[in-house]
Design a binder for this molecule. Structure first.
Ligand code: ADP
Length: 378
């Protein structure tokens, strides 16, 4: 490994890489991305791009020649092939060993359980098996790999729905888990550097609709006990995996104030976008600090509270929605991030808006006014 890390490689060139690339100059860093398309968001900000699919490890070998350390926007990589690069001295942050237990949702659940971390009741279901009797309806079916934004997750209430989903997926081996009647969903963003320093952002509330994150409220209104549980889970996880990186941890808060882990993202996460405006160090700058071996930055909030709203596509269009963006920019203390994607499709994440607020009780009202502007059809 080079003594100083000046060029950071990112596997993936979507909005997460784009936001990391925006933060790089303030740390004197350059980024090089591996992404398939010339119109992917991060390409315009990257010093160089290796145009290839995320899982193309040969392309990652080329990426490695152009940078000093590699991190991930997207974890759907070919770990086996990347291990050969790591054996030849390519520096991955996080290390591949920290990703390995997480990429298959069933394996991830087993590791979390074995480390004593609280998870919903879960089962593995092989193609030849029938639904375990202990797991009653409603239940949640999850594809073991490559799920994101609710793709590969189905909440089902009857055996016929269950059968239909499984058949639609081609009857693969799946993860089946108990439906958690949560009070709220939460998320923690935590970082750990090579020196073992640990930092965690304020715990946020995330609100999903149809399994896709719609808005985030920071900080979540929680008891000290619940916050302490979240911190302890995050710290245990990052230390067990000896993470040199930044993870997003999705959590359930149950009605009796227990915290359960839903899912680990071994990278920056949608629930941490608020940190760009609301925290001393954004999650993107924090990951860059980790990758370039700097001390961690402060995760303290600069405002009392913040609300982040995702701008999801609701039609097929090539519009850049300039008028709607201007209307949202006119909201006091709002910042609009537009990822510059050339095509809008229903459900596609096109941008987000963060609004800093004094009083968290108005966060939902602000979110609704943003959504009214965004989803209204002219
Ligand atoms: P993805 O990897 O696609 O993001 P997740 O596993 O995070 O999938 O699930 C997406 C959403 O589905 C969660 O945010 C939550 O709203 C819902 N969900 C997932 N698992 C459960 C569960 N066991 N009980 C209740 N809701 C769940």
């Amino acid at each position: 490994m080079k003594a100083s890390i000046d060029r950071v490689g990112i596997i993936g060139g979507g909005q997460l890489a784009w936001m990391m690339a925006k933060e790089a100059p303030s740390l004197g860093l350059q980024v090089v991305v591996q992404t398939p398309h010339s119109d992917d968001p991060a390409v315009e900000l990257a010093t160089e791009t290796v145009f290839a699919e995320i899982a193309d490890a040969k392309a990652t070998a080329t990426l490695a020649e152009k940078c000093d350390a590699i991190t991930f926007e997207n974890e759907f990589v070919d770990l086996e092939e990347l291990s050969k690069l790591a054996d030849r001295g390519v520096c991955f942050r996080p290390h591949l060993s920290a990703l390995k237990p997480l990429l298959d949702k069933y394996h991830q659940r087993c590791f979390l359980r074995d480390w004593g971390l609280p998870v919903p009741q879960f089962f593995k279901l092989e193609p030849t098996e029938t639904r375990p009797a202990e797991c009653s309806f409603p239940l949640v079916m999850k594809a073991r790999r490559h799920g994101y934004d609710g793709q590969g997750t189905a909440i089902v209430s009857t055996q016929s729905e269950f059968d239909a989903v499984w058949q639609r997926w081609g009857n693969p081996s799946i993860l089946v888990e108990a439906f958690v009647p949560f009070d709220r969903e939460l998320a923690a963003i935590a970082a750990r550097n090579r020196a073992g320093e640990f930092a965690i952002y304020p715990i946020v509330e995330t609100q999903q609709e149809a399994q896709v994150c719609r808005r985030v409220i920071a900080p979540a209104h929680l008891s000290d006990t619940a916050i302490a549980q979240c911190h302890s889970i995050a710290k245990t996880l990052l230390e067990k995996l000896e993470v040199v990186g930044l993870f997003g941890i999705e959590l359930f808060l149950t009605r009796d104030e227990k915290i359960l882990v839903n899912e680990i993202a071994p990278r920056t996460h949608n629930s941490g976008h608020f940190s760009l405006d609301a925290c001393e160090t954004s999650q993107f700058a924090q990951l860059l600090r980790v990758v370039s071996d700097r001390p961690l930055g402060s995760t303290a909030m600069k405002s009392n509270a913040a609300v982040m709203v995702n701008l999801l596509g609701y039609e097929v269009s090539r519009s850049d929605y300039r008028e709607k963006r201007s209307a949202m920019e006119a909201i006091p203390n709002a910042t609009v991030y537009w990822y510059g994607k050339t095509e809008s499709r229903p459900g596609r994440k096109l941008g987000h808006v963060t609004v800093l607020v004094e009083n968290p009780s108005i966060a939902m009202e602000i979110a609704r006014s943003i959504e009214t502007i965004w989803y209204s059809h002219a």
